[in-house]
Ligand binder design. Structure first.
Ligand SMILES: Cc1cc2nc3c(=O)[nH]c(=O)nc-3n(C[C@H](O)[C@H](O)[C@H](O)COP(=O)(O)OP(=O)(O)OC[C@H]3O[C@@H](n4cnc5c(N)ncnc54)[C@H](O)[C@@H]3O)c2cc1C
Length: 403
């Protein structure tokens, strides 16, 4: 009898779920008309989200249709609007506006995350971001349109709200990006606003001197221990009353799981993620797996949870797809584990910093780390070639993101 594994989402987790499920199906010698692997997403492409702070964001996608064809994964274009886990169906709103219902035997929720925008006056109207493809393209167009305005402090100032990983990457890229648009002589001002008392609070103390030196070298100002109170067309007002005139305020603070997780009858965590066991099955919901930024998963036996990161999403995707397929094929599943954790933070023209371990100990800095960052961003995180053997071989869960 034909069975269907349905994957929702074509990000890093969804892509690797499809690849690893197809790999196991192939390894077990099961034809695709006995086990159908279907993936639904708005577009058949991978958005390279970790690069969206860079210039030319419209180039930062990679096609997936040929990869899916090569491994016999059925691509369905659309957005899943509702899931009924009691009868194992998902309702899809297609790109043409038509609705259809699809049944599943196993479901993998890989719907990723979105930037969380709190209810700050003016934020939704005046705030930019680099979280999703469309938002990064909108910011890039806005930056190019600044060149049509007369020079002024407002035009030349960018404020980045959030001094964490994404905020630092977007801020440190900005002086070079703005000078390329406004001219080398333009008096560029970039300010990071961070509610905590330090930049990169989540990275601990070891890389901080390198990050602070990079900000100094690039002339980037910081406002620490203050929040954003309001935005309007003139700029941003901070919680201590300071007003910074700026045509470009970029919100880069906080992530939440995409809203579809609320369709699954499980207790979501404070980030909206689905709680999963070591096999990545959602607790208490038969037939449903969750992965990537949509899942709250333990990644080792000493208390670490997977983070909302590409590094975790890729490997979790491979385990979720493998395990969902394994259940349907009647073979053993493999518990997800990911002990290694590294970060590679881009610091724009000041290089990069590479850390290893959950305490983020610096392993490389400057130009060496920058080379690694470029390799991560242009090679490691891209989909495999649309060649069946190569694509299937890339998805062994134990080898994906084995750092
Ligand atoms: C600027 C920036 C820099 C980053 N830098 C790093 C970094 O240096 N290192 C790192 O590890 N991580 C980084 N990240 C985080 C990383 O990009 C995410 O953790 C990663 O993309 C998560 O992968 P995912 O597959 O879970 O979700 P996503 O990549 O968000 O993909 C989700 C997919 O689900 C689809 N989807 C959502 N809802 C539906 C629905 N209802 N129906 C159908 N499809 C749906 C989406 O269209 C998309 O295809 C960065 C993120 C940003 C924004």
């Amino acid at each position: 009898m034909r069975q269907r594994l349905l994957i929702i989402g074509a990000g890093f987790a969804g892509m690797y779920a499809a690849l690893s499920a197809a790999r196991l199906r192939d390894a077990e010698g099961v034809p695709s008309d006995e086990l159908e692997i279907a993936l639904v997403a708005p577009e058949p492409r991978l958005v390279i989200r970790p690069r969206l702070y860079e210039p030319n964001p419209e180039t930062l996608t990679a096609p997936l249709d040929e990869v899916f064809k090569a491994i016999d994964v059925v691509y369905l274009q659309g957005n899943v609007e509702t899931i009924d886990t009691s009868v194992r169906t998902a309702e899809i709103l297609g790109a043409d506006g038509a609705r259809s219902t699809i049944t599943y035997d196993r479901l993998v929720v890989a719907t990723g995350s979105r930037l969380f925008r709190p209810d700050i006056p003016g934020l939704s109207k005046h705030g930019f971001s680099v979280d999703q493809y469309d938002q990064a393209v909108a910011l890039d167009r806005h930056l190019h349109r600044l060149a049509d305005r007369p020079a002024s402090a407002t035009r030349n100032t960018v404020v980045v709200a959030g001094g964490g990983f994404t905020g630092i990457e977007v801020a440190t890229e900005m002086p070079e990006r703005l000078r390329a648009i406004l001219g080398m002589d333009a008096a560029i001002r970039v300010v990071i606003v961070e509610r905590n008392g330090t930049v990169a609070p989540e990275m601990g103390s070891d890389p901080r001197p390198i990050i602070e030196a990079a900000l100094r070298d690039l002339g980037i100002e910081t406002r620490l221990g203050v929040g954003v109170a309001a935005l309007d067309e003139s700029g941003v007002t901070l919680s201590d009353g300071e007003h910074i005139e700026s045509a470009t305020v970029i919100w880069a603070a906080g992530m939440r799981a995409a809203p579809l997780t609320a369709q699954i009858p499980a207790e979501l965590d404070r980030l909206g993620r689905l709680p999963v066991d070591r096999e990545l099955r959602v607790h208490g919901v038969p037939g449903v797996f969750a992965t990537g930024d949509a899942a709250k998963a333990a990644c080792d036996d000493i208390g670490h949870d997977a983070l909302m990161s590409c590094q975790h999403a890729t490997r979790m995707g491979a385990f979720a797809g493998n395990n969902a397929a394994a259940e349907l094929l009647g073979v053993s599943t493999s518990p997800y584990h990911q002990e290694a954790y590294v970060t590679c933070l881009d610091l724009g023209a000041a290089g990069a910093v590479f850390t290893r371990g959950w305490d983020c100990m610096v392993e490389m800095a400057g130009e060496t780390a920058k080379k690694t960052k470029q390799e991560i961003n242009t090679i490691w995180i891209y989909p495999p070639k649309a060649n069946r053997e190569i694509a299937l071989a890339s998805a062994d869960p134990e080898r994906v993101t084995d750092l």
